[in-house]
Design a protein around this ligand. Structure first.
Ligand SMILES: NC(=O)c1ccc[n+]([C@@H]2O[C@H](COP(=O)([O-])OP(=O)(O)OC[C@H]3O[C@@H](n4cnc5c(N)ncnc54)[C@H](O)[C@@H]3O)[C@@H](O)[C@H]2O)c1
Length: 317
């Protein structure tokens, strides 16, 4: 398979990620076969696509006509056999190894022997999922960051059997969709993005547990300091600018005081046991009145688009 042969994309799962991924392929001109088990879930997914597109239209990134044309390229189905003509499969069902393996066993019987098969798992082992298909060299991780219709990064994860040709084709495809592909060369849990995110998360939870700063102040350090800078320069670029000798010295005394916890910390265990699951239950580190989380997400998406606009103008790196 190469980029020129790719016409139809099969998307599995119409949840948060699957609907965003279906949208970006359709907006890039591909025909999308959009599979979800339930009709109610499919309708929620299609509604999410219309709502996402509304944000893009308000921000002059998409016209109404382009949005409607993209919607027409999306063909919903509840029948797995409809995925037979797909040139590329992008799976975004529940984060459960057995479910993903069972699904790919079925797809292996349905899809063309030339199709490229991908999973959007957040951190499950790509090689283990690939073992469900007869040609694991055509299987890879294709990992998006939420919200996938806005965030440019796409990680392409090489399983132990994934061929270079499969990775190259997925890199070309991601570029065609105006995404920023990164190749993860070893099949490690969490790839690169989730590992970096959870390294920061482990330390943030440690700081809360030790009473070193409040959740609001820890979040403020990221929003008004480190996160802002990381949108321009990655940690290794920052190390080069700061001087590797300086980072070497700091690493020597600081690493030993950072959290090296190997289990989820007490603060998370206790919150989950108390039913405090964050926005979806009304409280977590903060309280959420009805509609507040949706407002935060809408505001986030508008600001992300503004930041990306500045980046594309060269105002941001
Ligand atoms: N949410 C994120 O931030 C994020 C980011 C990157 C990757 N991911 C990964 O993407 C995948 C989907 O995550 P999500 O947040 O969209 O979840 P979600 O719960 O919003 O959606 C999952 C969808 O898959 C369907 N589904 C569940 N089990 C199924 C099965 N056995 N067969 C067919 N359909 C099934 C559900 O009906 C639902 O429509 C997961 O693997 C997740 O780890 C999530």
């Amino acid at each position: 398979m190469n980029l020129a042969n790719i016409r139809k994309i099969g998307i599995l799962g119409a949840g948060t990620m699957g609907s965003g991924v279906a949208e970006i392929f359709a907006e890039s001109g591909y025909d999308v076969i959009f599979y979800n088990r339930s009709e109610a879930g499919m309708q929620r997914g299609l509604g999410r696509i219309r709502s996402n597109q509304g944000t893009l239209i308000r921000n002059d990134i998409l016209t109404q006509a382009e949005a409607e044309a993209a919607q027409e390229r999306i063909h919903p189905t509840h029948d797995l056999t409809d995925l037979a003509p797909a040139d590329v499969i992008s799976e975004s069902i529940a984060e459960n190894l057995e479910m993903k393996v069972a699904l790919f066993r079925k797809l292996d019987q349905i899809c063309s022997e030339k199709a490229i098969l991908t999973t959007n798992t957040s951190g499950l082992n790509i090689t283990q999922i690939a073992a469900a298909v007869s040609q694991p060299e055509r299987f890879a991780g294709l990992h998006y960051v939420n919200p996938p219709h806005i965030i440019p990064l796409v990680e392409i994860i090489k399983g132990e059997e994934t061929s270079d040709a499969t990775c190259e084709c997925l890199i070309d495809l991601a570029k065609e969709m105006k995404k920023e592909p990164v190749l993860v060369q070893k099949d490690v849990p969490g790839f690169v993005s989730v590992r970096l995110q959870f390294a920061v998360m482990r330390e943030a939870l440690h700081l809360v547990e030790e009473g070193i700063a409040s959740p609001a102040d820890i979040d403020a350090v990221m929003k008004h300091g480190l996160g802002l800078r990381w949108a321009l320069l990655g940690p290794l670029e920052i190390a080069d600018l700061g001087g590797l000798d300086v980072f070497h010295t700091i690493s020597n005394y600081l690493f030993k005081s950072l959290s090296n916890a190997t289990d989820s910390p007490k603060v998370l265990k206790d919150s989950v046991a108390a039913g405090k699951l964050g926005a979806k239950s009304g409280s977590g580190f903060y309280d959420y009145s009805p509609g507040k989380a949706q407002q935060i997400i809408a505001d986030r998406d508008e600001k992300l688009l503004e930041m990306l606009r500045l980046k594309s103008r060269g105002t941001l790196a």
